[in-house]
Design a protein around this ligand. Structure first.
Ligand code: FES
Length: 154
């Protein structure tokens, strides 16, 4: 679905701003909101561009920079940290060859941090897009990353 089709799905009211931004971002391979997207949304909802930009930059789920096809969010809140969250984050940085906020050279993954993902019982945890992964170990991460890469190639 392209941007115009997404906009038409919603009544042009401010209450729909988050849903619209979410759908537009999700529809794009680079998982981000471009300047054109922000302007189009502000025109459609008849609100200022700066209000739309404010929302798009306030919530960590949105990005105004191009990102990879999959967004990895690693929990950095204390319960996960206590269970080895730091090791997990370092391992991901090393495996993917990126720093926090960066995208892999094949544009497959962007690595981000997140506060509590709400699954502390299975700490340390991360999300890839909408899917949760817990009880993480370096071995488990290898498996998960390989699975995503195989999905792409298969
Ligand atoms: S602290 Fe990591 S999921 Fe809650």
């Amino acid at each position: 679905m392209n941007r115009e089709e997404i906009l038409k799905k919603y009544e042009p009211t401010r209450e729909n701003l988050l849903y619209i931004l979410h759908d537009i971002q999700d529809s794009k391979n680079e998982k981000y909101l471009s300047e054109e997207d922000l302007v189009a949304v502000s025109r459609y909802l008849k609100i200022s561009r700066s209000e739309v930009v404010g929302v798009a930059t306030f919530y960590t789920m949105f990005s105004v920079k191009k990102r990879g096809q999959h967004i990895i969010r690693v929990c950095v809140s204390p319960p996960c940290q206590l269970m080895g969250g730091n090791t997990i984050f370092n391992y991901l940085r090393k495996t993917l060859g990126v720093k926090e906020g960066e995208t892999t050279s094949d544009n497959m993954f962007t690595l981000e941090s997140s506060s509590c993902l709400g699954v502390c019982a299975v700490a340390p945890a991360m999300m890839i897009d909408d899917q949760m992964f817990g009880n993480l170990t370096p071995e488990k991460i290898d498996e998960i990353i390989t699975r995503y890469r195989e999905k792409k190639n298969g």
